[in-house]
Structures are given as structure tokens and as C-alpha cells.
Design a protein. Structure first.
Length: 412
């Protein structure tokens, strides 16, 4: 039997047994909901961690038993998220389905919804993070500021687009499947334009933006419309991969930060997002030097630019994502410290990172280390560190030293 929980979250009423008395009356004792997470990466691992204090149960659909989250979640199904029968079997016993990544076929998610399974975010929203062409069309329709762009049909059409936006270089992206710089090409000529079309999927062309820096606005929205916004952060990339995140973005004008937060909240509402939404932004300058923003990418799941919230915010992005998909009241997103710095730990030539703990922890007792249980491979994200405090330069030095020492690029 289903009972109504606050804000519409379904829960199960069960018969309770009392020691020494046998079966009791049905007392309204309630089980905790089961959150089904599709994808076994580090985002699922950290989302599961955030649900543990709430007594939530997690069920995981993972590619392999060795995946990051599969190492820590007790209820793991190993299977292919691209197979509808596998998804349907996995969804049985789950109160809600959410995601570690955006790659589940949109039509499969619609089929799950047709079966009566809550999918959050729903396919009507998630498609805007799955398909960059759909995203750009929708953002343009709602008046969100974007780089000039259009779908191009072949390398010659890409050259024509370059002429429309003032010449090379331009950016070409496959509309589906890219992340961390994959599926993105910096194109300077017709010859450069050939590679993106080999994937056999539509290609989006965008003007190369002369930006000041990259920002991210992270928000969380629940089904009944409650939403919270985290401080706007600066995201620093190295070779297309996020390296450092600073919260809040240093020196950002209060008006621009508010504009970015309001834009992210509006996108979340217009697209009917449930859960965490990361809006990756370019900070730009107008001809008169006036600061502005352009939307780069969307992600509808916990995001690398929000990892700082684990230690630097009252409620982390992971905890609020869980609350949102269960339609629970959202937690306070305000920062705990003046500055928080997140640095990704990438794999290098030094595989035994555990040996580095002695140095890192002794040097900085306030350092927060988050490792993902992954095999160390060069360039692979295997963890991150968070530092915080009143002095930004000090927090940056501590985070970068720890990340470098764990990787093996710093040895003292």
C-alpha cells in the first residue's frame, strides 16, 4: 500500500512486529525509499555517500563490478544501460531513477516513464544535456545568451559557417557523447574539419568565444518547484579537463554573479529539470568592457564544478540532488568558508597514491581527500581534494600541492 509523504514522495506502509508481542497493528511504519542510480562512476559513489546519513537505500546499474560506485553500494546490478529490458528489470523495486551520466537513450527513459516509473530528471529535460543541438535550439528559444552556432552537414558547410562568424578558428562538437574535451575539435581549416564527421552523428558548429574565464552556476530544483543556487564558481581547465574550481569566483561582480544564478534557475524551470543542474558559462567582455556571460554546456547530474560543496557548503550538491529526486525539502547551499578550492587528482606515473597520504595529511590536517577507487591511469580523474579558509592564495597553494603530490608531480 502506498502512503503520501510530504511533497508527494511515495513511500511504503508495512506491518510492524513488536518483540514479544507478535504482529502489531499496521502502524504507519514507513520504509525508506530506494534510489535507483544508472551509472557506476564517481558521481554515483559520492551521491550514495550523501544518502547514507538519511538512511536511504541505493540500487546501482553498473557496467562492471569494479566501477567506482559498485565498490561501495551493496545492491549492484551489472548490465548495459543501453538495453531497455535491462533497464526495466533494474527499475523494479526502485522508487525513483536518477543518473550518474546522461547517456541512457532518451527513448528508453520515455518507456520507463510510460511504465509508471519516476525518472528524474525526466527525458523531456535530460535530452537538453544529451544533445547539444537540442540544447542550443531550446536555449536560443528562451533567450539565454549563447555563442553563435548552427548544425553543419559536412566539412564544406563548416567552412561556410566559419565565414559567417568572421573566419577560423571555430569549434565543432558532436551533438551527443562528448565530455572532458572529447567530441570537441578546435578547427582552423577545411582539413581540420573532417575528423568530427567521421563519428556519423550530427555536428554542431560554434564560434570560438574570446572569453575572460570559465564560470559555472550550479542549481538544484525539486519536482514541486523549490530551487536553490550555489555561489558561482570559476572553473579552470587544462587540456579540456577541469583542473581547479574556486568558490566563489574571485573578483566577480555581484551583479554578474546574480545574473548567472538567475539564468541557471530560469533554465532549470524552463526545461523542467529535477535534481542538480550545472550551467557552464563563459565570462566575456562587451566592446565597452562590460562583463557578460554566454552558456557553454549543461549537465543534469552532480558536476565536477560542484565537488567543492562536499566540504565547503552547508549542503552538498550530492545531498541536494538526492533530496530533489525524492522531492524532499532542499538544503541550504550557502558556503561554510570565505573560500573553497577543489583540485582534481589525475593519474600519472605514480600509481601508489596511498603512500602519499602520510605527507599530505601531516602537511595539511585540514585537507579533505576524496578518492574514487579507480585504477590509476595517466590523465584519468581518480579523485579530488578540497581546501578552504579565509586566504585564497593559501587555499590554492594547499590544494594544488596536495593534488600534485598525490599524482607524483610534486615530491616535497
Amino acid at each position: 500500500m502506498l502512503a503520501s509523504a510530504p511533497f508527494g514522495c511515495p513511500v511504503k506502509a508495512v506491518t510492524c512486529w513488536h518483540a514479544g508481542y507478535g504482529p502489531a497493528d499496521t502502524l504507519g511504519y514507513v520504509t525508506f525509499p530506494v534510489v535507483g542510480m544508472v551509472g557506476g562512476g564517481q558521481l554515483a559513489r559520492m551521491t550514495h555517500e550523501a544518502g547514507i546519513p538519511l538512511g536511504l537505500r541505493f540500487k546501482l546499474l553498473s557496467d562492471t563490478p569494479q566501477d567506482s560506485a559498485a565498490q561501495v553500494v551493496s545492491d549492484v546490478v551489472v548490465g548495459d544501460y543501453r538495453d531497455l529490458d535491462t533497464l526495466r528489470a533494474f527499475a523494479r523495486g526502485c522508487d525513483v531513477i536518477t543518473f550518474d551520466h546522461e547517456h541512457v537513450p532518451t527513448e528508453h527513459l520515455r518507456a520507463l516513464e510510460a511504465d509508471g516509473i519516476p525518472v528524474r530528471p525526466g527525458p523531456h529535460a535530460l535530452v537538453h544535456a544529451q544533445d547539444k543541438g537540442v540544447m542550443r535550439e531550446k536555449l536560443t528559444a528562451i533567450g539565454a545568451p549563447c555563442p553563435r552556432h548552427r548544425i553543419v552537414s559536412d566539412p564544406a558547410d563548416a567552412v561556410a559557417f566559419a565565414g559567417e562568424v568572421g573566419g577560423f578558428p571555430v569549434i565543432l562538437k558532436t551533438v551527443r557523447g562528448g565530455y572532458d574535451g572529447k567530441g570537441v575539435w578546435f578547427v582552423r581549416s577545411l582539413a581540420d574539419a573532417e575528423a568530427p564527421f567521421k563519428a556519423g552523428v550530427p555536428v554542431l558548429a560554434e564560434e570560438k568565444v574570446d572569453f575572460v574565464r570559465e564560470l559555472a552556476a550550479n542549481v538544484v530544483r525539486s519536482p514541486h518547484g523549490q530551487a536553490v543556487a550555489y555561489p558561482v564558481v570559476e572553473s579552470q581547465q587544462v587540456d579540456g579537463v577541469c583542473d581547479t574550481v574556486i568558490a566563489p569566483a574571485p573578483g566577480i561582480a555581484e551583479e554578474l554573479a546574480g545574473e548567472a544564478q538567475q539564468l541557471a534557475l530560469r533554465i532549470a524551470a524552463e526545461l523542467d529539470v529535477t535534481g542538480h543542474l550545472a550551467v557552464e558559462l563563459f565570462e566575456v567582455r562587451g566592446p565597452d568592457g562590460t562583463p557578460g556571460i554566454l552558456v557553454n554546456e549543461l549537465a543534469m547530474r552532480p558536476h565536477n564544478s560542484g565537488h567543492w560543496t562536499q566540504d565547503g557548503a552547508i549542503t552538498s550538491q550530492f545531498a541536494n540532488h538526492v533530496r530533489a529526486v525524492l522531492d524532499l525539502p532542499l538544503g541550504d547551499p550557502r558556503p561554510r568558508a570565505r573560500w573553497t578550492v577543489m583540485c582534481n587528482v589525475l593519474g600519472g606515473d605514480y600509481p601508489d597514491m596511498y603512500q602519499a597520504y602520510l605527507h599530505c595529511m601531516a602537511r595539511d590536517p585540514q585537507l579533505k581527500i576524496h578518492m574514487y577507487g579507480k585504477d590509476v591511469k595517466p590523465g584519468r580523474k581518480v579523485g579530488h581534494v578540497n581546501t578552504y579558509g579565509d586566504d585564497l592564495d593559501e587555499a590554492l597553494e594547499r590544494a594544488r600541492h596536495a593534488a600534485g603530490y598525490l599524482r607524483g608531480t610534486i615530491t616535497e
